[in-house]
Design a protein around this ligand. Structure first.
Ligand code: MG
Length: 124
């Protein structure tokens, strides 16, 4: 995996995800961050080589569902996988996000094992 994009409005959660990715021994050359879907779209525009997106569901400005819809206007499901990272309260939006083209999901709190099994189909 070349570049991975983590989108979450909590910088603490982004740090936790990065730590868990290391613990899960998922090898990524470069990890990019964004605080919501708007920033996420900006990162994707600046970095066309992003190979996987991990996105929160509940975020200000542009939530995870809107973000998935925006990505799928220009990036096909098999070209740029999106894994949603969600809590119980995000379940309604999560269902819609999967219908709109998200490839999978991980529930918070997660472990290196759950992250690994969610990402394994998409990382080399
Ligand atoms: Mg959030």
């Amino acid at each position: 995996m070349n570049k991975l994009l983590i989108v979450d409005d909590s910088s603490t959660m982004r740090k936790i995800i990065m730590r868990v990715l290391r613990q899960a021994e998922i090898s990524v050359d470069n990890i990019l961050e964004a605080g919501n879907g708007v920033e996420g779209m900006q990162q994707l525009a600046s970095h066309p080589d992003v190979g996987l997106v991990l996105s929160d569901v509940n975020m200000p400005e542009m939530n995870g569902l809107e973000f998935v819809k925006a990505i799928r206007k220009s990036h096909a499901k098999d070209k740029l996988p999106i894994i949603m990272v969600t809590t119980e309260s995000g379940q309604g939006l999560l269902t819609n996000a999967l219908e709109e083209g998200a490839n999978g999901f991980v529930c918070k709190p997660f472990t290196p094992e759950t992250i690994r099994s969610a990402l394994e189909p998409f990382v080399g």
